[in-house]
Design a protein around this ligand. Structure first.
Ligand code: IMP
Ligand code: MG
Length: 183
């Protein structure tokens, strides 16, 4: 397999994450928030973003996986696959979100199926506010009509790894966001 190529350097990521943190700090000025990371890809983004937010913040984590037709890592790299939209909860949050300011922190919005499922789940808890922070947005691949409130970077239809994102569980620990060339 080809070597990962840097798309966004660690310095570019740090600068953008700082801007996102400042924006969230302004938007919720003085109010407490709950940051909910979507496992596992958002773990590194959440830990950096949280330290750029000057608010009373707590953390929680949620786990999801797709049923059935989620592509294998090899198919993901080839592209051309489509998810069926069946998302399953593998780990629920630990605290109530009723009347709280909830910010879901996700590594990447791709088809939007995962986040559409999560949005429905969270809105059923009747939070005071519900926002989505996505490090990356591959909007050309969107199947469901969903947008993030805070987006780090728009990216083309490329498979990316690093800074939490994986290919078959590898590369999450790369400090830069890299593309994994096909073939
Ligand atoms: P969606 O439900 O299609 O929006 O998928 C979102 C999830 O797919 C993300 O949370 C990632 O785990 C995974 N994903 C989508 N695109 C990529 C990519 O380019 N690299 C690594 N993971 C990806
Ligand atoms: Mg993944």
């Amino acid at each position: 397999m080809s070597e990962p190529q840097i798309l966004f350097s660690r310095q570019q990521i740090a600068q953008r994450v700082a801007e996102m943190g400042a924006q969230i700090t302004r938007d919720f000025s003085g109010e407490p928030i709950i940051l909910i990371g979507v496992l596992k890809g958002a773990a590194i983004f959440l830990s950096d973003l949280a330290r750029q937010i000057q608010l009373d913040a707590t953390f929680d984590f949620i786990g999801v996986s797709s049923y059935g037709n989620r592509p294998s890592p090899a198919q993901e790299l080839q592209g051309g696959w489509d998810s069926t939209g069946e998302v399953r909860l593998t780990k629920d949050v630990d605290q109530s979100m009723a009347d709280k300011n909830v910010i879901v922190v996700e590594d990447i919005l791709d088809t939007g199926l995962t986040m559409t499922y999560l949005r429905k789940l969270f809105l059923a808890h009747q939070p005071k506010a519900f926002r989505i922070a996505a490090l990356l947005d591959k909007s050309s691949r969107r199947i469901m009509p969903i947008k993030a409130d805070y987006v780090g970077f728009q990216i083309p239809d490329e498979f990316v790894v690093g800074y939490g994102l994986d290919h078959a569980e590898r590369y999450r620990n790369l400090a830069d966001i890299c593309t994994l060339p096909r073939g």
